[in-house]
Design a protein around this ligand. Structure first.
Ligand SMILES: *[C@@H]1O[C@H](CO)[C@@H](O)[C@H](O)[C@H]1NC(C)=O
Ligand SMILES: *[C@@H]1O[C@H](CO)[C@@H](O)[C@H](O)[C@H]1NC(C)=O
Length: 555
């Protein structure tokens, strides 16, 4: 019984939490490897009671969204909260995150260069403390090798067959084997790639890597499934011979997207596909088209550019903006520059952090970019205008979490009373900005409630035209009352058509109706709140539900 949680008990649980780290450390290293995260990773992205994470340096303080003070709403950036709390500085570092229950009120406080924002009521929170750097040394196969305590040599870490479970990715290193780089720097490049592979923690349960050499013609040196231990990968990299020729990186990237990432060669389902392209100088061919092909194959392209062309060489460069054109999103995340091949050890860790950041890999299929979500919004008279606005806010808060674009997530909205009105369909708007603007301006209809008819209407008119979409289909129904017609039949037809339904009821909505409409398991697809203001905490429940269902559909 939740009400029996006395403050004393909570305190007990809290103390236990504080004691846990010591117990866990004695047990074994695997759990405590800090997870490399990004500036944007939110509390809700880490689904653990307690986690050790590693924040990168150089996050921009203005871009952090942080809600609360000391206790932060789980939509807040973890690294942002850590800077705000004074746990780390702008150069990043280890942070320990504890999940906490939701709160009614998060306050706004300016601290350490960050102005946190207020938020009224959220379903979960977290707190941050300094991560232990000793933990990092003791267990940091994945992160500590760049800075071994004993000087420059790479520390030999105990080989674990399972690898780094927190970094799941299928990675192709596309190395430069052209005359641009030359034999000598080619060897330095191999050295660097080896260090990256080692720090990634290659293993059966962790990242898998393969290698392709770009030159005149691409050559796949080894596939993902050839070697699944870091030691074997290192050995295989050493064996790769320099080929020489033009720097046909575009051709090699295309070849990698099409021929390297196949089920036959070891690609795993539901795990991000990544190609890390090393370019010394510039490519001799067109890389933009190759970038588009890679995206179509769901491959995340990272460009590591080394040694920019000097002014005298610029005339020979086909396209100076090649880096931005090759990546799926030109937001700085997918590109990386190193001035030359000397002293590259310090670049290993940041690159590994990026490659292990699952939630930023939006170029491959994730729940954020591969779903169609239609909202069926009750516009009946009992709702009233101001509560109708709260419903729209609820819908917007869900919608804005997704990567809306013509190749990404799609959103549609239908309002219903006895009647139905398609406010906008899946293909009408393909930017988040437009979708949110249109949602905010939906006019309230007012009338009766026929939810069954509305479901049939939406299945036919909104989902019908996108029958061939590769995205997974979701319908989120928000209603405040009893339907005058049967909901069971139309909902069953929707389920049969492959549409997963979440039902969200407010005030007078009968629980039986909500359960009849919701997909199975009903408990995790039907939600109820007595008050319209109670919709807000349900936002994250629905988002989590969509992501969970999406992942399950990918298994
Ligand atoms: C929320 O916190 C602010 C500032 O601490 C306070 O003024 C306000 O009354 C609080 N609201 C609620 C609902 O607790
Ligand atoms: C990798 O696996 C493929 C397919 O099983 C095989 O043909 C190839 O020889 C292997 N390559 C290496 C370097 O072991």
């Amino acid at each position: 019984m939740p009400s029996s949680w006395s403050p004393a008990l909570c305190l007990g649980a809290w103390l236990l939490l504080l004691l846990l780290p010591r117990l866990a450390r004695a047990e074994g290293a695997g759990e405590l490897v800090p997870i490399p995260i990004t500036c944007f990773t939110r509390g809700l992205d880490i689904r653990k009671e307690k986690a050790d994470v590693l924040c990168p340096g150089g996050c921009s303080l203005e871009e952090f969204s942080v809600f609360g003070n000391i206790v932060y709403a789980s939509v807040s950036s973890i690294c942002g909260a850590a800077v705000h709390r004074g746990v780390i500085g702008t150069s990043g570092g280890p942070v320990r995150v504890y999940s906490l229950p939701g709160r009614e009120n998060y306050s706004s406080v300016a601290a350490n260069g960050i102005q946190s924002q207020t938020l009224s009521r959220w379903s979960a929170s977290f707190a941050v403390t300094k991560g232990k750097s000793s933990t990092q040394e003791a267990t940091g196969r994945a992160v500590s090798t760049a800075n071994p305590p004993s000087g420059k040599r790479l520390k030999k870490t105990p080989e674990k067959k399972t690898g780094n479970k927190d970094c799941k990715a299928d990675i192709a290193f596309l190395i430069d084997g052209s005359f641009n780089i030359g034999q000598r720097r080619f060897n330095l490049q191999k050295n660097f790639v080896g260090k990256v592979a080692l720090m990634l923690g290659v293993g059966t349960e962790g990242p898998h890597v393969g290698l392709v050499q770009a030159s005149e013609h691409p050559k796949i040196e080894f596939y993902l499934k050839n070697f699944t231990s870091a030691k074997d990968v290192l050995f295989a990299i050493k064996e790769v011979g320099f080929r020489g020729g033009n720097s046909n990186t575009g051709k090699a990237l295309k070849h990698t997207a099409q021929k390297f990432f196949t089920a036959d060669t070891g690609v795993r389902k539901g795990i991000p596909k990544v190609v890390v392209v090393f370019i010394d100088g510039w490519p001799s061919d067109d890389i933009e088209e190759a970038g588009i092909v890679a995206r179509e194959f769901g491959v995340n392209v990272f460009i590591v550019s080394v040694a920019k062309p000097i002014p005298e060489e610029l005339g020979m460069v086909q396209d100076v903006a090649f880096v931005d054109k090759a990546v799926c999103r030109n937001n700085g995340f997918f590109s990386y520059h190193m001035p030359n091949w000397f002293g590259t050890t310090k670049y290993v860790k940041p690159l590994v952090q990026k490659l292990c950041t699952h939630e930023q890999m939006m170029c491959s299929k994730t729940c954020y970019n591969s779903v169609n979500i239609a909202f069926l919004i009750d516009g009946s008279s009992s709702v009233g205008d101001s509560n109708f606005r709260l419903m729209l806010e609820f819908v917007s808060n869900i919608a804005k979490t997704f990567e809306i674009s013509d190749i990404g997530a799609k959103i549609a909205a239908v309002q219903f009373t006895y009647d139905q009105r398609t406010e906008f369909s899946f293909t009408d708007y393909n930017t988040k900005e437009n979708v949110l603007a249109v949602l905010a301006n939906i006019r309230y209809m007012s009338g009766g409630t026929a939810t069954g008819d509305a479901i049939s209407f939406t299945v036919r008119n909104v989902f019908g035209p996108i029958r061939d979409s590769p995205n997974k289909n979701f319908l989120v129904i928000v209603t405040d009352g009893q339907s005058y017609d049967d909901v069971r039949g139309p909902a069953a037809a929707a389920h049969d058509a492959g549409i997963t339904i979440f039902s969200v009821g407010v005030a007078w909505a009968p629980l039986d109706d909500l359960k009849d409409m919701a997909s199975k398991p009903k408990e995790s697809h039907a939600f109820f709140t007595r008050e319209f203001t109670g919709l807000e905490p349900i936002v994250s429940d629905v988002i989590r539900g969509i992501c969970r269902d999406f992942l399950e559909s990918q298994q």
